[in-house]
Design a protein around this ligand. Structure first.
Ligand code: B12
Length: 231
């Protein structure tokens, strides 16, 4: 060990969070996992650890990727480090013992392999008491339909991070309409390039800008749906 090596446990909370932003940027998975464990041991909630240390770090990575300072290999390493941290937080977020709220099928659309945001939404939904079936990435309309028929969820969630893949959400929604199935599900959409207007234009029920909004929207919409069914 060299003298200038940083000992994460010696840092204050604020310093540690900044160091974790750097470590995420550098794709250092083990350091990120150590940082997550330290924050949790210091009494941080899993949610604060996730948003302030990991998601905030990924935002910096995203800005430098956009500006051509970072490239795909570096971003893949950062994503891998982020996933390492998320793996520790997942059981903690889920272990809230929340009552069953409903069921969600979620997946990233065809042609798109971004899954960090989708995974986060899935984790937060599970933490809020929803049963989640995650279809992974690159989902065709057939895959969504198959899962909807097999799982009979309350909610269909679709994720897209590319302007070239987001129109595929409309293909899925139009197919649901054609088959007379659209009203059977609450359709939530998300991903960095989307907005409210796009969500309305393609006929989704709501656009959610982040995982916390997804949980709130899902809860409100499922409650409304159940009330309508019981009326
Ligand atoms: C990490 C990353 C990658 C990684 C993905 C690793 C992985 N396993 O996911 C890798 C390196 C593989 C990658 C590849 C590419 N990427 Co990329 N990537 C990113 C980056 C930096 C971060 C995305 C991320 O994980 N964010 C963190 C999460 C937490 O945020 P989020 O995804 O937005 O999710 C939140 C919300 O959007 C919402 N949400 C998301 N999904 C859903 C779903 C539902 C149902 C709900 C309710 C809510 C919801 O809640 C989430 C949690 O709060 C973004 C930059 C950015 N600003 O988004 C570019 C970005 C998305 N990528 C981009 C590009 C161009 C590419 C490539 C084409 C690059 C290339 N030349 O090869 C390829 C495409 C590959 C493909 N076919 O999909 C562009 C897209 C530009 C555009 N307008 O289309 C971006 C915006 C970067 C940029 N500015 O240039 N990428």
């Amino acid at each position: 060990m060299s003298d200038d090596e940083i000992i994460l446990s010696d840092l204050s909370d604020d310093e540690l969070v900044l160091q974790m932003h750097d470590d995420l940027y550098d794709g250092l998975k083990e350091e990120i996992q150590e940082g997550v464990n330290l924050l949790i041991a210091r009494g941080w909630t899993p949610y604060d650890t996730l948003t302030k240390a990991l998601v905030a770090g990924m935002t910096i990575v995203g800005a430098d990727f956009r500006d051509g300072i970072l490239f795909v290999p570096e971003v893949l390493l950062a994503a891998n480090a982020m996933k390492g941290g998320m793996a520790i937080l997942k059981p903690l977020l889920i272990a809230t013992g929340a009552p069953r709220m409903g069921k969600m099928v979620i997946g990233t659309v065809k042609g798109d392999i971004h899954d960090i945001g989708k995974n986060l939404v899935g984790m937060m939904m599970e933490g809020a008491g929803f049963e989640v079936r995650d279809l992974g990435i690159n989902n065709s309309v057939e895959k969504y339909l198959e899962a909807l028929e097999a799982e009979q969820p309350d909610i269909l969630g679709m994720s897209a991070l590319l302007t070239t893949t987001m129109p595929y959400m409309k293909v899925v929604i139009d197919t649901l309409k054609e088959k007379g199935m659209r009203e059977d599900y609450i359709v939530l959409v998300g991903g960095a390039p989307l907005n409210e207007e796009f969500s309305k234009a393609i006929g989704a029920d709501a656009y959610c800008r982040d995982a916390a909004v997804a949980v709130e929207t899902a809860k409100a919409m499922v409650a409304r749906k159940h009330n309508q069914m019981n009326a």
